[in-house]
Design a binder for this molecule. Sequence first.
Ligand SMILES: NC(=O)c1ccc[n+]([C@@H]2O[C@H](COP(=O)([O-])OP(=O)(O)OC[C@H]3O[C@@H](n4cnc5c(N)ncnc54)[C@H](O)[C@@H]3O)[C@@H](O)[C@H]2O)c1
Ligand SMILES: O=P(O)(O)OC[C@H](O)CO
Length: 352
Amino acid sequence: MRWSKVFNTRKLAGSPLEAAKKIVVFGGGSFGTAMGCALARQKPDLEVVLLVRDPYLCKDINQLHENTRYLKGFKMPPNVRATTHAPEAIVGAQYAVHAVPVQSSRAFLQGIKEYLPSSVPIICVSKGLEVGSGQMMSELIPSALERKQPAVFLSGPSFAKEVMQNRPTGVVAACKDAKLARTVQALFASPTMRVNTTTDVVGVEICGALKNVLAIAAGIVEGMDLGHNALAALIAQGCSEIRWLAEKLGAKPTTMSGLSGLGDIMLTCYGDLSRNRSVGMRLGRGERLEDIIASSSQVAEGVATAGVVVGLARKYRVSLPVLTAVAQVLDNNLTAREAVFHIMNLPQIEEA
Ligand SMILES: NC(=O)c1ccc[n+]([C@@H]2O[C@H](COP(=O)([O-])OP(=O)(O)OC[C@H]3O[C@@H](n4cnc5c(N)ncnc54)[C@H](O)[C@@H]3O)[C@@H](O)[C@H]2O)c1
Ligand SMILES: O=P(O)(O)OC[C@H](O)CO
């Protein structure tokens, strides 16, 4: 009740949502679609354009008002449409929501940079670290565009399906420019979406990337049927490891206990809808990674990010037994059973 009162007073004329006429969404997968629809539901005359690659999916979205590949069975608001034509998608847009998987983001951004004015804020929802460069999205975006671009990093516990169902969700908008973070807060805030703000971009990004790796570990424990005790101990250890690395990178401790930290860790490690957790579950049951990836049409960012974490652990001289064991299992250097044995037989420690 209190939320909706705040919401009603905030949505006065002159708000960012009121001023917005068109928003482009890069990537018409599950989360791009869900966040595009969340915006479109708030303002029927807002034009939301999904930039997609597949002309068949594009046709379905425009004719059936349904994303038949990524969110089958959900009707999309009539003010959401799709196109495969980047210049047409981008022209006149006041904001760009970036929902392309991290490993494809550099090539994607290089491809559209000439059409995207340098003043248009990117609202990045992708979570992960780039293989090779080790960069976070806040580093990758200016690097790929070869210029400064205003960017906000929106993260937190938010399964696409539940956003699409308009179920209550809380996220955090991170930007060094607090005013821009508040603009994005006002854009997405609704009676079913709470948006906190922070200037801790590094903290929000590292938590969002590493929780995917931890969710794979949680899935492995679940898939091996090791029990509730093991799962809780693993997640607690994983939280410590994320905190150790995040602190080295300059993240704020409060971010760890916030929506993008603990909130998203809990959702992804325990929630059945997590793709990363389900990759882990299948690994824990003995399936091969190649087969799991071949049978899935959706991205599990933790698979690529796990390898990057090994490099970060080395670079910042921090011991991350659980997170680095995930990379070892994914690379076939350890079986899931060996990884568990290895972690259980590490020296007993004082809690830190
Ligand atoms: N699904 C969720 O619940 C959720 C929630 C929060 C954040 N995220 C993050 O959002 C990002 C996108 O995830 P998703 O769930 O939408 O993924 P998805 O697998 O459902 O869809 C990915 C989309 O990106 C497109 N794509 C892939 N490579 C591309 C390229 N080179 N150029 C252009 N488009 C390309 C695909 O065609 C597809 O439309 C990920 O980083 C994910 O971690 C997802
Ligand atoms: O399905 P996952 O594992 O990619 O997780 C989705 C979101 O990041 C949850 O907040």
